[in-house]
Design a binder for this molecule. Structure first.
Ligand SMILES: Nc1ncnc2c1ncn2[C@@H]1O[C@H](COP(=O)(O)OP(=O)(O)O)[C@@H](O)[C@H]1O
Ligand SMILES: [Mg+2]
Length: 523
């Protein structure tokens, strides 16, 4: 197995001599078929749900299957034998599986791929052949496992997020190194609180950071600040060192920010002034007092107020109407600390940079505006190639792309995941409530990490389960902290894999640890 082919990769020429045989394909009313095979396990060989097994169909072709279920057959323990034994107080006395002619374990595997050996190398195809009953069942070589799963062999080009967890509880030393390209097709991380989502997001961020791609955390819970600092990044607080430009809002968002302007004439005066500025039209009354003349994509409150005053008379608005619109606009917009001069993303998004927008103290409505306008501006800059490609992590994503309601961010996040791949805009959506997040958006996330989830939320991840078996999905509510099912599409993760997320390289940056409230009160 350690021969090298012309590409320097290990070959599997000697697969026959190194086979780890675990059983024999059996024939019964369902096995073997094009879809599945069952096998009788050797008495000393055990496999677990999700493990990969193989069986040859000719001397250069074998099928790879994934174990889905198991069954132990033992006629000595049928009800009709147990009952009389119990009634008569007889202790069972029969040989164990290793010596028995009648006790055995039977496993079932679903066939997922066909592997053909060619010149000491191999190729993977969709399965077409049928397994042969009586054939040996063996554990395929590690490299085949890596390839069948769609993982990356080159550590420099992969994101090492953990190890294979053969079942959700049991881990094995097979590294899960996913192709780095998967980030361009967006990532979804879902599961109940405390399951390990934020932790996994931080591990993923450590890996993306190694690849040099700038990272932005839209951090609503102070989950990523310590990691940002550990990675030498910048923490921004809206209203303190981060502002969004008035010009990056939409007309509807502007109106939402000023709830006291509802009268038809007031609304049209405000929106007309706003749209005039957006079109690059006339700004303030005496232009000279502004110092700089405003541009269509960079105007602020002052310019807006001036424009209202200027176009008021043109719209036959009475002076006191104009004054009132100006006063209310000034009052409301002035109260949002996050509105201001904008932010220089061009300088901030250098290779290897990490930026945390720490929004912990903001309410839901403000978060919406901050995220919507941030994304709008970033995407615009990116489409004009003014900034580097970037990955943005959005926690509590169900607040921003909710399933049944609209939100200022919904359209723009949907658009980011739909077209972002072409522009180098990568999105990681994280939610503890998969039920409440827009299903379209999460389906566009081609890589998914599904953590422990409440049983009533299971239904909501059906659309992103890929080929995870029902047993794997059913096991999710009991998945231990830090383990998940990794699923994807053909371009990302070919087959669903249970994964144990690795330990963070910056363990001091695990912001998710619950504080010890008892030591705090005991003084
Ligand atoms: N893969 C892991 N390895 C080690 N500890 C973990 C792992 N995943 C989670 N934890 C622990 O569990 C805590 C809760 O995880 P967290 O990611 O904050 O959950 P969630 O974001 O899903 O609510 C973490 O702070 C960490 O201490
Ligand atoms: Mg979290």
């Amino acid at each position: 197995m350690n021969n090298k082919n012309k590409n320097g990769n290990d070959t599997i020429e000697n697969i026959e001599s190194e086979k780890n045989v675990v059983g024999t394909v059996i024939s019964d009313d369902v096995s073997p078929s094009f879809e599945i095979f069952r096998f009788k396990a050797k008495h000393d060989k055990y496999v677990t749900p999700g493990s990969l097994v193989a069986t040859s169909v000719s001397n250069n072709i074998f099928l790879v299957g994934r174990v889905t279920s198991s069954h132990e057959y033992n006629p000595h323990e049928s009800v009709s034998r147990i009952a009389p034994r119990e009634a008569m107080g007889i202790i069972p006395d029969y040989p164990g599986e290793e010596l028995s002619l009648t006790i055995y374990r039977r496993y079932q595997a679903e066939i997922i791929d066909e592997v053909k050996l060619v010149d000491g190398d191999y190729k993977i195809y969709s399965p077409e052949k049928m397994p042969k009953s009586g054939s040996e069942v063996f554990v395929p070589p590690q490299k085949v496992i890596t390839d069948v799963m769609g993982l990356e062999v080159d550590p420099e080009k992969s994101l090492n997020i953990g190890t294979l967890a053969v079942s959700l509880a049991e881990e094995e030393d097979i590294p899960i190194s996913i192709k780095r390209e998967i980030i361009q097709r967006h990532v979804f991380i879902g599961g109940t609180t405390g399951g390990g989502k934020s932790y996994a997001a931080r591990v993923l961020a450590e890996e993306i950071h190694k690849q040099g791609i700038p990272i932005i955390f839209f951090d609503t819970q102070y989950e990523f600040v310590p990691l940002t600092e550990a990675l030498g990044g910048t923490v921004l607080v809206p209203g303190k060192d981060y502002w969004i430009k008035l010009s990056s809002l939409t007309e509807t968002e502007l109106l939402d920010l000023i709830p006291a302007i509802t009268h038809e004439l007031h609304v049209s005066l405000l929106t007309k002034a706003f749209l005039t500025l957006k079109k690059g039209g006339p700004a303030g009354v005496p232009q000279t007092t502004l110092g700089v003349s405003p541009s269509r994509d960079n105007f602020g409150l002052r310019e807006l107020l001036q424009t209202i005053q200027r176009i008021g008379p043109e719209m036959d608005a009475k002076p006191n109407t104009v004054d009132m619109v100006v006063a209310r606009t000034r009052y409301y917009l002035g109260s949002y600390s996050f509105l201001g001069a904008g932010f220089n993303w061009q300088d901030a998004l250098k290779p290897n940079s990490v930026v945390d927008i720490n929004c912990k103290r903001f309410g839901r409505q403000s978060l919406q505006f901050i995220l919507a306008s941030t994304l709008r501006e970033l995407n615009e800059l990116r489409k004009r190639k003014k900034i580097n490609p970037y990955v943005i992590f959005i926690d509590e994503a169900h607040l921003f792309v909710p399933q049944d309601e609209s939100s200022p961010c919904k359209q723009i996040i949907r658009e980011s995941v739909r077209t972002g791949r072409h522009h180098g805009i990568c999105t990681v959506l994280i939610t503890q409530s998969p039920m409440d997040i827009d299903k379209k958006a999460i389906r566009q996330c081609n890589t998914r990490l599904l953590f422990a989830i409440e049983p009533d939320q299971l239904q909501s991840i059906q659309g992103v389960r890929a080929d995870a078996t029902q047993e794997m999905i059913d096991g999710l509510p009991k998945a231990p902290v830090g383990t998940c099912i990794l699923t994807g599409t053909y371009e990302t993760i070919k087959h669903a894999i249970p994964v144990k997320i690795r330990v963070m390289e910056n363990p001091e940056a695990d912001a998710g640890k619950a504080p010890d409230i008892f030591s705090e009160v005991s003084g």
